[in-house]
Design a protein around this ligand. Structure first.
Ligand SMILES: *Cc1c(COP(=O)(O)O)cnc(C)c1O
Length: 403
């Protein structure tokens, strides 16, 4: 069983000071911190075998290719995908969603319907609006309830034979709501619709099983799960990825090229034009190994304890309101009566505490609650109750100063 003290030693950044205070990092929903073992993998790549992959016969290129492809297999195993070529390495969730959205603009027709949840991140709304505008498809919204859960009765009513696609996040980044993705997927399949699940906010906490979920497309970013920025995954079932046209043209994604006609490479290379983030892809595999060595059971339990502890104490603060109270991950989105979230964030920063303030790329959720934004504290398994006590003290201080 790992201990928190031991785990914290893996993260060099947690030792640093901000504005003269010990850093308290509660912005894990925006990006997670990086353990030394992942930092070492990045240094090792650039120090010892930096080379382009799939192209050279020389030793370095071979080594880089082997490690990159080994990482793809680690990712496949982690998520239990059927085939490694169903794992497309991208620059992140946003890129992954855009590959699917752009592909569907040549598959959808006028009058087709796309359902998108009211809890979406902008990166899962805007690309679909662009597709709908282009092909004359209709975007419909699965509404949410006051507690931050999706209205599943309304969802079932929205599904019909015109529904071609359903998009939903596994966990909401603004509120932490864990959505019933299995039910969403199964019901969509009953009417013949395909489902894309945005797992950017779920995978730091939950280990989804793609085959068990029977999910059609699933997207993830490495940087929220102890990996580097600029790398992520698009998973798709083989036959569905084959259905999509390539997203970008370039090197690596072709089989043969003449000026008359180009034939495309098979999966996964069809969607991997150009030189990828080789180092990032390799480091992502190391990050997954690291998280698995901690264990997702431990991660969930630790984060749940923090969530319960923080929620109970925050609820005792006068005028503090928490948004999203349903089944959720360790995210607390809140406001204090009479104070703008930005002002709280600024004072917390002065005290060394990193939180996110604003609309969290989810303006429709803020509109639902009729607020400009929230303060969001999002916890990771390396956070502690002592850090939550520091947050509570700082919030009380901010309240005294500002109200
Ligand atoms: C962070 C996040 C995204 C965007 O991820 P990028 O890494 O910025 O592409 C999309 N959806 C959700 C739910 C997120 O939390």
């Amino acid at each position: 069983m790992p201990t928190i003290e031991k785990i914290r030693e893996d993260f060099p950044i947690l030792k640093r000071k901000v504005n003269g205070k010990q850093l308290v990092y509660f912005d894990n929903g925006a990006t997670s911190q990086t353990p030394q073992i992942v930092i070492d993998a990045i240094i090792d790549y650039y120090s010892n075998y930096n080379a382009n992959i799939h192209r050279g016969v020389h030793a370095l290129s071979q080594e880089a290719t082997d490690k990159y492809e080994a990482s793809r297999i680690k990712i496949q195993k982690h998520f239990n995908a059927k085939n490694s070529y169903e794992i497309i390495l991208t620059s992140g969730t946003t890129h992954s969603i855009n590959i699917v959205a752009s592909g569907y603009s040549s598959i959808l027709s006028f009058g087709d319907e796309i359902l998108v949840s009211a809890l979406e991140h902008h990166s899962n709304i805007v690309p679909w609006q662009m597709v709908c505008e282009k092909v004359g498809a209709v975007l419909k919204v699965i509404p949410m309830k006051d507690d931050g859960a999706l209205d599943m009765i309304a969802y079932h009513k929205l599904l019909n034979s015109k529904t071609k696609l359903v998009f939903c996040n596994h966990v909401s980044n603004a509120l932490g709501t864990i959505n019933p993705v299995k039910e969403i997927i199964d019901s969509a399949h009953e009417v013949g619709a395909k489902v894309l699940i945005d797992g950017a906010q779920a995978c730091p906490h939950i280990k989804p099983d793609f085959q068990k979920l029977d999910v059609d497309y699933y997207v993830v970013s490495a940087h929220k799960m102890c990996g580097p920025t600029g790398v992520g995954v698009l998973y798709g079932k083989e036959e569905l990825l084959n259905l999509l046209p390539p997203y970008q043209g370039g090197g690596e994604m072709i089989e043969t090229v003449t000026f008359e006609k180009t034939t495309y490479a098979g999966l996964p290379h069809k969607f991997e034009a150009g030189t990828p983030n080789i180092c990032g892809g390799i480091a992502f595999g190391v990050a997954l190994d690291y998280m698995n060595s901690i264990g997702f059971e431990f991660i969930m339990k630790q984060e749940n304890d923090l969530l319960k502890y923080a929620t109970k104490q925050l609820e005792e603060i006068d005028g503090l309101k928490i948004y999203g109270t349903t089944n959720k991950t360790a995210v607390i989105s809140f406001n204090i009566e009479g104070i703008h979230p930005y002002d709280i964030g600024t004072i917390l920063d002065k005290l060394g505490i990193a939180v996110r303030t604003g609309h969290h790329c989810a303006q429709p959720i803020m509109d639902f609650f009729c607020i400009p934004g929230t303060v969001r504290a999002s916890f990771a398994f390396y956070n502690t109750k002592e850090e939550i006590d520091i947050l509570l003290g700082a919030i009380k201080k901010a309240q005294m100063m500002l109200v």
